[in-house]
Design a protein around this ligand. Structure first.
Ligand code: ATP
Ligand code: MG
Length: 561
């Protein structure tokens, strides 16, 4: 768990005050209430860390509750994936796993109670007619002709709705509030509808389903939630939340306080399950856990750690004002985490052969590379040097540009952890392309020996011995969208998909990477942070995903690597 200092926010102030006044007897009980209609995204992480984080800090409890009132879009697969993601983020709901569908019977009883109190009625208008009578922001709504049905008639119809006597859409149950309210949510909102559809948990037991606004506040109350935290779009629903619980005063155990906070908006992402589903179903990505997806399953596969996501939510804080967070803030959290915790390793992504002419033919020489430059206690591993090595193509320029300090004809460079070499010739193929370069090495300059500092060179490049390195598949991922606000314009958000977001290459790896465990993360020196893919990588046959570059290079990437 993160040991960051707890940064204060307005929600903590409310809780502190409640604890002072004794409003909840010192209890703090929150909940994370996803609808199981897709995989969680990075926006949900903000809500998870907030709800579970507050409960933890105040010695309280946080529930995981599935808001499963919309059976046509919900599935067990999503329930399982959501549980996985919450656990992966490092949170534990203990015994507090709930489903709104477990309350269907109680919710039904409360609906009958409202009818009996004259606070709800069965409306037989069509959805269109209801919409027409609802009015607009500037115009009050009009009462439905069915609004004044008697309690007996309402009860009878509602019971027959439950009994399955009517087809979908024939009737709805509406709260009887005020069709002239300036708040449209209060204009007799629908609280039950008929849906002859199988529910992933209750099966075919029900053919009427309660609406979110009716279900949510009652679920909170039944679970003794104290602070019901939600995003700003529910601000206008708060009056309805309170209205329902006020009507049920004495029937439910408590009246939780709804508090809204600003949702997370992150550049280069789409933060809606509906749009994420579109990407999956349209095969624009390789599934929900595609490492380019901003789902939690996706960022996990990309190489993000739970610590980096928690650090991110801590850094962005909680506020009441909507804003955009730049993707680099998230990426920097991963860099900061992995800089500290990832082993350093060598990979050559775009190989160029370098032959050391004066190196003995079958000689192998041990060189020692630290596992972490700032952590000597992590030790060193052996890199074997031989006559032929691979370096990166980018580390050689036949005609060096100004300020280029790496290898070029006649120039000297250090082979990292080994010797200084000097380029003496270049071999080209019949098309004039460089095939290999030849160098001589200075045996008195080995790193870690007294002679290492005898001469200074500016370039310090990585390499791998050709006969010891092995090839592996590496997936170079970049941002899924090439536009910071992919869904802000009039055009389809998919128009902004980045065509270079995934490139698969074969690279050379140092041998110690070959037994990498799935999900093990490394810094490939000078390249970035990489993770052994959790599904495709096996010890002995690794497959790596690039999680993030070492620095923010976005904007400079305009072509293939
Ligand atoms: P989506 O449109 O992606 O389906 P949602 O709000 O409908 O999002 P829910 O499953 O209902 O998804 O959300 C569960 C909880 O997560 C809610 O309390 C919601 O307010 C919160 N949440 C959703 N998106 C964000 C976000 N971008 N930032 C912070 N919290 C969010
Ligand atoms: Mg939703």
């Amino acid at each position: 768990m993160s040991t960051l200092p707890i940064s204060s926010n307005f929600i903590r102030s409310i809780i502190d005050e409640d604890n002072q006044t004794g409003k909840w007897g010192g209890r703090v009980e929150t909940r994370f209430p996803p609808e199981p209609n897709g995989y969680l995204h990075i926006g949900h992480a903000k809500s998870i860390c907030l709800n579970f984080g507050l409960a933890k800090d105040y010695g309280g409890i946080c529930h995981l509750r599935f808001d499963d009132t919309n059976p046509e879009k919900e599935a067990q697969e999503y329930v399982d994936a959501i549980c996985d993601s919450v656990k992966w983020l490092g949170f534990d709901w203990g015994a507090h796993l709930y489903y709104a569908s477990d309350y269907f019977e109680q919710l039904y009883e409360f609906a009958e109670y409202l009818i009996k109190q004259g606070k709800a009625y069965v409306d037989s208008l069509t959805a269109d007619e209801i919409r027409q009578l609802r009015g607009t922001l500037n115009q009050p709504g009009k009462n439905s002709p069915y609004r004044d049905r008697t309690t007996e008639e309402n009860l009878d119809l509602f019971r027959r709705m439950r009994a399955g006597e009517f087809p979908d859409g024939a009737h709805v149950l509406r709260a009887k509030i005020d069709m002239t309210s300036p708040n449209i949510n209060m204009r007799d909102p629908v609280i039950y509808r008929i849906r002859h559809i199988h529910h992933h948990r209750t099966g075919d037991k029900w053919c009427i389903y309660p609406m979110y606004d009716f279900t949510h506040c009652i679920s909170d109350a039944l679970e003794h939630i104290t602070h019901s935290l939600c995003t700003l779009e529910f601000e206008d629903h708060r009056s309805l939340y309170d209205w329902v619980l006020d009507q049920l005063d004495g029937q439910v155990p408590c009246h939780p306080q709804q508090i809204e906070f600003a949702r997370l908006n992150l550049t280069y992402c789409v933060m809606s399950k509906r749009k994420l589903i579109e990407l999956v179903e349209g095969h624009f990505v390789d599934g929900w856990d595609d490492p380019r997806m901003n789902t939690l399953a996706g960022v996990r596969r990309r190489g993000y750690t739970p610590e980096s996501i928690r650090l991110f939510t801590e850094r962005i804080g909680i506020s009441k004002a909507d804003s955009w967070i730049d993707m680099t803030v998230l990426e920097d959290c991963l860099r900061d985490d992995l800089n500290e915790h990832a082993l350093r390793r060598i990979a050559v992504l775009k190989p160029l052969k370098l032959v050391i002419d004066n190196f003995p033919e079958d000689h192998e020489e041990e060189c020692y590379a630290p596992n972490h430059p700032q952590k000597p206690e992590w030790g060193k591993r052996v890199l074997l040097l031989s006559k032929t090595v691979y370096i990166e193509q980018d580390d050689f320029m036949e005609v060096p540009s100004k300020g280029y300090f790496r290898l070029s004809p006649g120039a000297e460079v250090r082979l990292r952890y080994a010797y200084i070499v000097k380029c003496v010739s270049v071999v080209k193929n019949s098309q004039g392309e460089i095939e290999e370069i030849h160098c001589i090495y200075d045996p008195d300059t080995k790193s870690g020996t007294a002679g290492a500092d005898s001469r200074k060179v500016k370039g310090n490049i990585h390499w791998l011995s050709a006969k010891h390195a092995q090839t592996a598949e590496i997936r170079i991922y970049d941002r899924l969208f090439s536009h910071p606000y992919p869904d802000a314009g009039d055009e389809d958000f998919k128009f902004h998909l980045n065509p270079y977001s995934k490139q698969t290459i074969t690279a050379y790896l140092e041998s110690s990477l070959f037994d990498a465990q799935p999900e093990q993360r490394f810094q490939f020196e000078r390249h970035g942070y990489f993770v052994a893919d959790c599904l495709d990588s096996k010890p002995g046959k690794p497959v790596f995903n690039r999680a993030v570059t070492l620095r923010d290079t976005w904007g400079k990437i305009t072509k293939k690597v």
